[in-house]
Design a protein around this ligand. Sequence first.
Ligand SMILES: [Zn+2]
Length: 353
Amino acid sequence: MCYHSALMMAVDRIEELREEALSAVASVGSTSDLESVRVRYLGWNNCSAELTEIKKGIRDLSPEERREVGGAANKATKEIETALAERREESVAVAEREKRLSSEAVDVTLPGVPYPKGSLHPSLRVIDEVVDFFVGLGYRVAEGPEVETDYYNFTALNIPPGHPARGMQDTFFLDEGLVLRTHTSPVQIRTMLSQEPPVYVVCPGRTYRRDSDPTHTPMFNQIEGLAVDKGLTLGHLKGTLAAMARHVFGEDVSLRLRPSYFQFTEPSVEMDVSCFVCGGSDPNCKVCRGAGWIEMGGAGMVDPAVLEEVDYDPEEYTGFAFGFGPDRMAMVKYGVPDLRLFFEGDLRFLQQF
Ligand SMILES: [Zn+2]
């Protein structure tokens, strides 16, 4: 064999080894297989690889041959190393993905976590019933801000500064003439200022007074109603309230009006509903405490001074207004002895409704 062809054989062999090694690298299935491929083709110690042996023999070659064979061997080595490194990176990435998949796996056969079903707060139930009733009569729902100006909360309702009626409402005063509204009545003023009569609105909302005992809480709900039209009388007021009471408490209840006093209505009345539990026949009744009647709220014919304040002509229009405490009504309806339970957020209590 001539010298030249021996050289060519070495270069050809390197090319064969390179191809073999690359296809071995491409076909391995695990990191440990990858390591044995590396040892087989690039191993240096103990059992040296064939390519290594060729490289070791280069030093015995002539300078020209060294360049030829050495160049081919180095190029093959580099390519195999690169292929090995790429496969190693790939297999690490695969392992990581598999690890993540198994740690994030969801067992779709596990039973689900039940979400507790919510229900309406007892006060909201009563508010909804009352609002539904009035909407059915053609009333519109009106709302207003809970932080009110002194003007809307008092002055416009015929309670001027310094008037003793202000002392009846334990008010939370804020800065610069603002208060937490002590009743929903300011909504009536805002409504009348924004439209011409006839007015038929019902105004549910939160109100605030400095008060806390079994039947008073610093925050409580109110529902007010206002009707202003030509020819409205106390008879219309009584008929409306009686129908509302029957809607909420049952067909058999009757309504009683007692004379009272409010600064913004004249005449003013307190309204009582006959006891829907005993009808007045049980002196030990827990709901009415034997009285036969349950206090429901206040009402009256809108004071002409209030109508004048909003530029309605009291000679042409009359109106009636009423207000209930839906929290109180819910207490009575569901037999809850302490109003504060309504606002403590205790699920054991609320889940009973
Ligand atoms: Zn009773």
